[in-house]
Design a binder for this molecule. Structure first.
Ligand SMILES: O=C(O)CCC(=O)C(=O)O
Ligand SMILES: [Fe+2]
Length: 361
């Protein structure tokens, strides 16, 4: 049986990316190891998405923007926060389109080329992997279900130094992704500052306290013969402080869980999707809450999304900050730094919520 063996990033000979494999095999039906168990399959019943707030960051009334942001991040109480759209965010349509296109081009390159392009970093932080969600370095065991996607990710601090390791193909990758990540960094800071202000701490408090490790992830979901049995990414909260997602205007694929149902987060022209990260949820002791979401596939066309995450710095201790501690503070046996937290999350996914941090309502 074929194994999607991607257990060692440096042993590139083993990587068989889904997109490239599909080019070769042209599956007419979904291989059985991509078929989700019944309970995880995309539901047919979808709620209309007009309940997702659209926040105009270009407005002049700062207090109003803060209010809206906070409301959206708290609205449904514990574990029920939602995703939001932001518009008038200051990033040009041209740059958004160029960024999506450069990542589409990246995923369209032959597997060999992709491997070369993400093998420059001696620390192995640049990764290309397929299919798995939380287990990029793991060999699939019998019975485990794969995700219908390929993923490319790398750290993207705004320093020039890190850029030496970035792909130089496709043409203009560094130029476009460099500009994009600089602008997204400013936007992410703006959102975190607005949230900080709304939560009653100093504007820069959140990232000053947690440090930061900005990362860019390009998800690619090839067209799938049967989207009703597959998932691009199973349900999760992002293990970040904040996430800003760029999706294609013509292709739907992001779902948000709300009140036990799934709603489609349809693309809105020129808007970003913003997601409060699970780390911010923990740091604020549940004052703001990350939305639970998933990505589904579709049968007609591939979908690419560009995910910009502000992770805390690797050594930041993941625990509620003093400012947010109260009688409801979770009783924790131990605190991890983000490096360990992330490794735990990669291994256990959302179980971390029950197993490690028992957040009281
Ligand atoms: O592709 C999407 O819309 C969602 C991606 C996502 O949730 C993630 O990368 O964490
Ligand atoms: Fe996510």
């Amino acid at each position: 049986m074929e194994t999607l063996n991607n257990n060692n990033n440096s042993d590139n000979s083993e990587i068989k990316l889904l997109a490239n494999r599909l080019d070769i095999h042209r599956y007419s039906e979904v291989p059985k190891y991509y078929v989700q168990p019944q309970e995880s399959r995309p539901d047919k019943v979808m709620v209309k998405n007009d309940s997702i707030p659209i926040i105009n960051l270009g407005g002049h009334d700062r207090a109003h923007i803060i209010n809206q942001l906070l409301k959206a991040s708290q609205e449904y109480g514990l574990f029920q926060a939602i995703i939001l759209y932001v518009i008038n965010h200051g990033v040009s349509k041209k740059l958004m389109d160029e960024t999506l296109n450069v990542f589409k081009e990246f995923h369209a390159m032959p597997a060999e080329e992709k491997k070369i392009q993400c093998s420059k970093d001696p620390d192995g932080k640049f990764k290309i992997y397929t299919s798995t969600n939380y287990f990029p370095n793991k060999i699939r065991k019998d019975g485990e279900v794969e995700c219908w996607k390929d993923t490319f990710l790398h750290p993207c601090p705004t320093s020039a130094e890190n850029m030496n390791y970035w792909p130089d193909k496709p043409h203009k990758y560094r130029e476009i992704v460099g500009e994009y990540t600089r602008e997204l960094h400013a936007l992410a800071h703006k959102i975190l500052e607005l949230l900080g202000e709304g939560l009653g701490v100093a504007p820069k408090y959140i990232y000053n306290k947690m440090g930061e490790d900005p990362t860019i992830v390009a998800q690619h979901y090839p067209a799938c013969p049967d989207p009703s049995v597959t998932l691009g990414i199973p349900k999760h909260r992002d293990p970040s402080l904040v996430t800003i997602l760029l999706q294609e205007e013509q292709v739907q694929g992001l779902h948000l869980e709300k009140d036990g149902q799934w709603i489609a987060v349809d693309p809105i022209p020129n808007a970003f999707v913003v997601n409060i990260g699970f780390i911010l949820q923990l740091m604020t002791n549940g004052k703001v809450v990350g939305g639970i979401h998933r990505a589904v596939t579709n049968s007609k066309t591939a979908r690419t999304s560009v995910v910009y995450l502000i992770y805390p710095s690797p050594k930041a201790i993941i625990k509620p900050a003093e400012e947010f501690v109260n009688e409801k503070t979770p009783t924790l046996g131990k605190f991890m730094n983000f490096e360990d937290f992330h490794a735990y999350y990669v291994k256990n996914g959302m179980k971390i919520e029950e197993e490690y941090f028992k957040i009281k309502p």
